[in-house]
Write a protein that binds this ligand. Structure first.
Ligand code: CP
Ligand code: NVA
Length: 305
């Protein structure tokens, strides 16, 4: 069963094929009304069930529109209003949803739950964010980078801030797609050493933000406090020197692009000047969640790669 729990599930060839498909499909419907179904309606008749244990704007709407544009339909559920929210097991939920829907997307607070979902589902399961990773976000980020005309191999990506779930998927992408990521994280908030070691030398963690951005093509950050984490003042204080501001952007390669998965906290991880400035690609990046996920869905249904 082709589950998409992490980028490695698709591998380098699968990721490359999905990105190529996303570029083609996005171009083919440029200027169309959002609700029009793609000409080939490749997922006609398919139903995507979505389960959210955490808040979402982009993932919820972009997956809903993705399956619609592919000719299918969706059912969107908040875990709190499901029996899952009052103790029905993940395994039983997986079996039940597999009987009604053709694919399941879940956003959960615990990566072990999505693995359990995948182990018991008889339809593809897609990771819509866990505490450990956010592969669909990085598919959109890679698509956005390709649209700038940059090739992925040889690129330098700088990450500033918390060593979180989004960074974990960037690190995974780096080793698959042959680019380098240098993450500047304060002590205590670096990613797990094991994740860095698994990146085949493509990932490096430093403490000085200027070491990360030196010669960087892409500068990325994310919220300092992820969903489900305590709003700890000491964490905010530790991360303060990692704010992406105009001086840090100026220390990257001229014309470096700025990415942020959103939601953003202007004045914390990034200044308004940078996120709303000319190097920021955040709106394109957010829209690309839709285009990238259409290809993830097609990959899950065996239509790509
Ligand atoms: N970037 C992202 O996943 O956004 P949402 O939390 O709004 O889905
Ligand atoms: N790291 C953030 C990403 C939100 C899309 C979180 O987990 O809350």
């Amino acid at each position: 069963m082709p589950h998409f729990l992490n980028l490695t599930d698709a591998g380098a060839d699968g990721v490359a094929a999905m990105l190529a498909d996303a570029l083609d499909r996005k171009a083919a419907r440029a200027g169309w009304p959002k609700g029009m179904v793609d000409a080939d309606a490749p997922l006609a008749g398919r139903v995507l069930a979505m389960v959210f244990e955490k808040n979402s704007t982009r993932t919820r709407v972009s997956f809903d529109m993705a399956i619609r544009q592919l000719g299918g339909t969706s059912i969107v559920m908040d875990a709190g209003s499901m029996q899952l929210g009052r103790g029905e097991s993940v395994a039983d939920t997986a079996r039940i949803l597999s009987g009604y829907a053709d694919a399941i997307m879940i956003r959960t607070d615990d990566h072990a739950k999505i693995e359990e979902m995948a182990a018991h589902a008889s339809v593809p399961v897609i990771n819509g964010l866990t505490d450990a990773s956010h592969p669909c976000q990085i598919m959109a980020d890679l698509l956005t980078i390709l649209e700038t005309g940059r090739a992925l191999p040889g690129l330098k990506v700088a990450w500033l801030g918390d060593g979180n779930n989004v960074l974990a998927s960037i690190v995974e992408a780096a080793s698959l797609m042959q680019f380098d990521v240098v993450a500047a994280c304060p002590p205590g908030f670096a990613p797990a050493e094991q994740a860095i070691a698994a990146a085949s030398g493509r990932a490096l963690v430093v403490t000085d933000p200027y070491d990360a951005v030196a010669d960087a093509d892409i500068v990325v950050t994310d919220t300092w406090i992820s969903m489900g984490q305590l709003h700890a003042e000491e964490k905010l204080a530790a991360l303060a020197p990692y704010q992406v501001d105009a001086a840090l952007m100026a220390a990257a390669k001229p014309g470096a692009a700025f990415l942020h998965c959103l939601p953003a906290h202007r004045g914390e991880e990034v200044t308004t000047e940078v996120i709303d400035g000319p190097q920021s690609l955040i709106w394109q990046e957010a829209e690309n969640r839709l285009h990238a996920q259409k290809s993830v869905l097609r990959w899950c249904f065996g239509q790509i790669g």
